[in-house]
Design a protein around this ligand. Sequence first.
Ligand SMILES: [Mg+2]
Length: 204
Amino acid sequence: MLIRSLKNKKVIVFDLDGTVVKLTADWRLLKDILIDQFREYYGDDCNVKRISSCLNEVVQRGDERILQNFFDIIQEFELKSMNNTHPIEETVTFINNKELFGVKKEAKLAILSLNTRITIIKALELANITNKIDYIVGREDVRKWKPAPDGLFKIQKYFNVKKKEMIFFGDLENDLVTGKNADIESYYIDDLIKLVKKKLDETI
Ligand SMILES: [Mg+2]
């Protein structure tokens, strides 16, 4: 059960978009821009399934400079639509009052997101929780993206904890698959949101 599991965790990891805040960028348009850019660089089409699969191909070609250009495009695109970002109130309430939910005071909080670092930092500022988040792994910080387990492993290594001392929340199946691939317990954020709502109902 989620509430029981939270008590023993030393590190709680959140996805960003759809989990802590709601970003409103047009991701399909961004994907199209990246596909065009890829074609311009390589005269070839990239895998269009996800933005990450297109970036994977750049990584496979060992093209760090071009990868950096792609990160810049993503960052600029994300920042343009930052103004419409909304915090997800229940998650923010949890982050601000984690001990109310049985989480140890010394437990650390981290973000694992496919958004760029600046976007993550700005989103956390907007939700007023910058000082609550101890570590961020953004798009630029790994070379294998969710559902690869690399981001979760990076966080595990940073805090030097066991997998079973971690828990990961996200809004997509891709997040849950990431947890599974890392062998780290993971839940849909909706499960946490329900828990927060229940707690708020009890306290009113
Ligand atoms: Mg998400």
